[in-house]
Design a protein around this ligand. Structure first.
Ligand code: MG
Length: 250
């Protein structure tokens, strides 16, 4: 494992890339509406990123055909934008967006409620997002990566939700996926010791019921195995002497 420590100027650039990724996600939240296809939403996100002078990081990554991953209801992550897929009132829609700017990558995700959603769905979104902020708060100099991972697991599992184990957060910098892996489960007091200048994405992927997932035949879309809802929230952060800093802020 090789974890890169970022310089002050690297962090400045990561903050810029993160800001664009965050604004693209904010833009998605402004334009998403019932009746829209996921392809239309993807196109709008794509155009926004390009208008910022950045490159949509996901487009072509491993052959991915969109600029955003758009995953509806029981889809957990990696949903492929499609002109046949319509967003409906009452859906929860996870949007994951990356932007590359000046050689560095910003990456973040948010699960949007489209119109009125069920109380159960709202609770899943609230708990998943809260677990992300709890894990960010745990990302302090001297803490271990296991502390961060365990925070997500404990927060969500204690409320009866399932933790996706096959996919995880990741280091980030000039590359979208760098070391270390940041799982959403772990043992407190174990793993990498956090140091100033480390940057990584924390991204809880949480199922309403059960941990199990399956991947569709399209090779990308990850679904809950039992068809229950799933939520996904992600921020890119830097570990600093003054505490964790969220890089994906609009
Ligand atoms: Mg990510």
């Amino acid at each position: 494992m090789s974890v890169t420590i970022k310089s002050k100027s690297d962090l400045q650039k990561l903050r810029e890339a993160g800001r664009i990724a965050a604004r693209a996600l904010e833009h998605a939240g402004n334009v998403i509406r019932p009746g829209m296809t996921t392809k239309q939403l993807d196109r709008s996100i794509h155009d926004f990123i390009v208008s910022c002078g950045a490159v949509p990081t996901f487009l072509g990554y491993g052959g991915f055909p969109g600029s955003a991953c758009i995953s509806i209801n029981q889809e957990v992550i990696h949903g492929i934008p499609s002109p046949k897929r319509v967003i409906h009132e009452g859906d929860i829609v996870s949007v994951d967006v990356g932007a590359t700017y000046d050689g560095f990558v910003g990456d973040n995700a948010y699960t949007f409620a489209v119109g009125d959603i069920s109380e159960e769905a709202a609770d899943l979104l609230r708990v998943t997002e809260e677990s992300l902020y709890a894990a960010i708060d745990a990302s302090r100099v001297g803490a271990r990566l296991g502390d961060v991972s365990h925070t997500v697991e404990e927060y969500c599992a204690s409320r009866g939700y399932g933790i996706v184990r096959e996919y995880c957060g990741h280091g980030i910098g000039r590359e979208m996926h760098e070391d270390p892996e940041v799982p959403n489960y772990g043992r407190p007091g174990h793993g990498l010791r956090l140091m100033p200048g480390m940057t990584f994405c924390i991204e809880p992927m949480i199922n309403q019921k059960g941990d199990a997932i399956r991947v569709l035949r399209d090779g990308w879309t990850v679904m809950t195995a039992n068809g229950s809802l799933a939520a996904h929230f992600e921020h890119e952060i830097a570990v600093t002497q003054d505490g964790p800093v969220i890089l994906t802020r609009p």
